[in-house]
Design a protein around this ligand. Structure first.
Ligand SMILES: *Cc1c(COP(=O)(O)O)cnc(C)c1O
Length: 482
């Protein structure tokens, strides 16, 4: 497809402005004036509309079809949240207004949204206070690790290590390393969850904390989670909860009650806000009482007159972590979502997410190799069975074949503890009909992998590009060739 610049025809216009009705500015120094006009495409309105509509049709999103990308929780984003986020009273606010005395009145509602979301998240996770600033889950992890480091500095602890399970999301070790910690990997036990014995072997005074997601990236809830938190506390370490999988337990169980000290919540996973192509997201971080002093500034507080305000005077704080208050629009959408589903609704969300994942697991377990025995939580992981591998069919081929059938592939090759992994997360928003259609496609592909493996190797055939070199596509992007 040609670039919009290549479609440009000199003089063609979508909009023509009327004659100027204000005096021309004449006192701009000549050196600041550009010699040529701006290099913008010149097109008619239909050209522009068709260009961008055509591009949007090449996109795949939760608004177009089923998107079972495990760990990412690609659930439907309710449109009412978009409507409310677009209200001029929210959308037209300037972030600096909140700091001006005169602006306080205009931002009262927005500050209240931040305050109320904080309260809801406290209740849902069992934490004592939150920051809304982190701009993604990974950013929340880094914030949490900096809080962990501040805690140990404050106590005069000299600790170097963070323990992380082998099934962890890659951002966990990355965040710990950026915060200056050495990462030690703790293996899983035969059931696929963190091995308590292996954890004990790695415990010593150097351990600053542990980073865990529960249920983990295999969709498994660790029955020893309380013991793990206690063992970490015994060496004066902190337990960090990666909340990316909170949608499996929200309303049912709270990481704070398991013993975790710090959590991040991915609003774009658990609370139905859009992922937005790698951003904007939001990864609020919550902490227990003993860590409140270290939260980034500013935090939102209720003042004596019942209105909300920003508090900056917090000497123990790790400082700023993002401009202003984070991605306010995303926090607002999450707040709308919480109000919309309510307490009981959130519990049903978790129940249906788990039910849907188990439905897929049971219907596919005779066709692919389940990575774990028994019930899963919100996602299930399969690997490619040996007969398919013997035929030269790999997880990547199954993923590509799904694209031809109109489905976004599941996450593949993750978690890395499972060879040829396919990680399916249906989420609670999908109907039985959609799940059945996906499962039927997966079964059809399984049969094809035996009868006609070569066909799978040439998939996808329905996309503008079939199999790009994915590394090169990321590093040397050239969209003009599409
Ligand atoms: C998505 C995810 C993260 C990172 O969150 P982002 O918002 O994508 O930065 C961390 N851990 C797990 C388990 C995840 O699924």
């Amino acid at each position: 497809m040609r670039l919009v610049f290549e479609k440009s025809v000199p003089g063609r216009r979508a909009v023509r402005t009327g004659p100027r009705d204000v005096p021309a500015v004449t006192n701009i120094p000549a050196g600041l004036l550009r010699q040529d006009g701006p290099d913008l495409p010149e097109l008619s309105e239909p050209d522009v509309v068709r260009h961008f509509t055509a591009l949007s049709r090449r996109n795949f999103g939760v608004d177009t079809n089923f998107y079972p990308l495990g760990s990412c929780t690609m659930k439907y984003n309710p449109k009412v949240a978009e409507r409310i986020a677009a209200y001029p009273g929210f959308a037209h606010l300037h972030p600096l207004l909140a700091q001006l005395k005169t602006g306080r009145l205009l931002t009262r509602g927005a500050l209240e949204v931040l305050y109320e979301t904080d309260q809801w998240l406290r209740e849902i996770t069992g934490m004592a206070g939150f920051t809304m600033q982190p701009l993604a889950g990974a950013h929340g992890e880094l914030t949490g690790m900096l809080i962990m480091a501040a805690y140990h500095r404050d106590r005069g602890n000299n600790k170097s290590t963070v323990l992380i399970p082998d099934s962890a999301h890659g951002t966990n070790p990355a965040s710990a390393a950026i915060a200056g910690y050495k990462v030690v990997c703790v293996p899983s036990d035969e059931h696929g969850v963190m091995d308590v014995k292996a954890l004990e072997c790695n415990l010593n005074d150097e351990v600053a904390g542990v980073m865990l997601t529960c249920p983990n990236t295999l969709g498994l809830f660790n029955p020893h989670i309380k013991t793990i938190c206690e063992l970490i506390h015994d060496v004066d370490g902190l337990a960090y909860y990666d909340g990316a999988n909170l949608n499996a337990i929200a309303g049912k169980a709270r990481p704070g009650d398991f013993g975790f000290d710090i959590v991040h919540v991915n609003l774009h996973k658990t609370f139905g806000t859009p992922h937005g192509g790698g951003g904007p997201g939001a990864g609020p971080v919550g902490v227990k009482e003993k860590l409140l002093a270290f939260l980034p500034v500013p935090i939102i507080v209720k003042t004596g007159d019942g209105t909300c305000a920003l508090e900056y005077d917090r000497p123990g704080s790790i400082g700023y972590i993002a401009p202003f208050y984070g991605n306010f629009g995303i926090v607002l959408r999450a707040y709308v979502y919480m109000l919309m589903v309510g307490k009981e609704g959130l519990t049903r969300v978790a129940e249906n997410a788990v039910l849907n994942a188990n439905y897929v697991r049971v219907r596919l377990k005779d066709h692919y190799s389940a990575a774990a025995e028994g019930l899963c939580k919100h996602e299930c992981v399969f690997s490619v069975p040996k007969p398919m591998l013997d035929n030269g069919v790999h997880a990547i081929d199954i993923a590509k074949a799904l694209i031809d059938r109109g489905f976004h592939p599941p996450t593949v090759y993750f978690p890395t503890t499972v060879k040829e992994a396919m990680m399916i997360e249906p989420t609670e928003t999908e109907s039985k009909e959609t799940l059945d259609a996906f499962i039927d496609a997966m079964i059809e592909i399984a049969n094809e992998a035996v009868s006609e493996p070569e066909r799978l190797k040439s998939a996808p055939t329905t996309t503008p590009v079939s199999r790009p070199d994915e590394t090169a596509a990321a590093r040397n992007l050239n969209i003009a060739c599409l």
